[in-house]
Design a protein around this ligand. Structure first.
Ligand code: 5GP
Ligand code: ZN
Length: 116
C-alpha cells in the first residue's frame, strides 16, 4: 500500500520517533499525543482495520500485534501498577482516521470509563 501513511512510516519513508520494533510491528510516538505516553503499535503488513485482519494465521496476525503491544509496554517500562490502556478504533464511526490497523498504547495518566 504505497500511499498508506503508516506503511510509509514502517518503511522509514516518513519520519517517526520509534519506541519499539520487532519482526511483526513498528511502534512509534503519536504525533498528537492524548496522554504523556501515546505510542502507536503498527503491524508491518498492511491491513485497513481490525475487521479486515486475517483470522487464518496469515499476517498481520491480531495475536501477534497484541503480543507486540504488550512487549512495547514492557520496553517502555510500563506495568499494571502504572496502568496503561490499549485501544483499537475499528472504522470511522469508532474514531479510526488512518486506514492501517494500529493499537494505541496510552499511559502516564488516569483514564476514565466509559470511553468517549
Ligand atoms: P486513529 O484515529 O486512526 O485511531 O489513530 C490515528 C493516530 O495517528 C492519531 O492518534 C493521530 O494523531 C496519529 N497520526 C496521524 N498522522 C500521524 C503521523 O504522521 N505521525 C504520527 N506519529 N502519528 C500520526
Ligand atoms: Zn498501510
Amino acid at each position: 500500500m504505497s500511499g498508506c501513511l503508516f506503511c510509509r512510516i514502517v518503511a522509514g519513508e516518513v519520519p517517526s520517533k520509534r519506541a519499539y520494533e520487532d519482526k511483526d510491528v513498528v511502534a512509534f510516538h503519536d504525533i498528537a499525543p492524548q496522554a504523556p505516553v501515546h505510542v502507536l503499535v503498527v503491524p508491518r503488513v498492511h491491513v485497513a482495520t481490525l475487521a479486515d485482519a486475517p483470522l487464518d494465521g496469515a499476517a498481520p496476525s491480531i495475536a501477534a500485534v497484541m503480543t507486540s503491544a504488550r512487549r512495547a509496554a514492557d520496553a517502555l517500562g510500563l506495568t499494571s501498577r502504572d496502568g496503561y490502556r490499549l485501544v483499537v478504533n475499528c472504522g470511522e464511526r469508532a474514531g479510526q482516521s488512518v486506514d492501517h490497523l494500529h493499537v494505541h498504547l496510552l499511559a502516564g495518566r488516569a483514564f476514565g470509563w466509559p470511553p468517549g
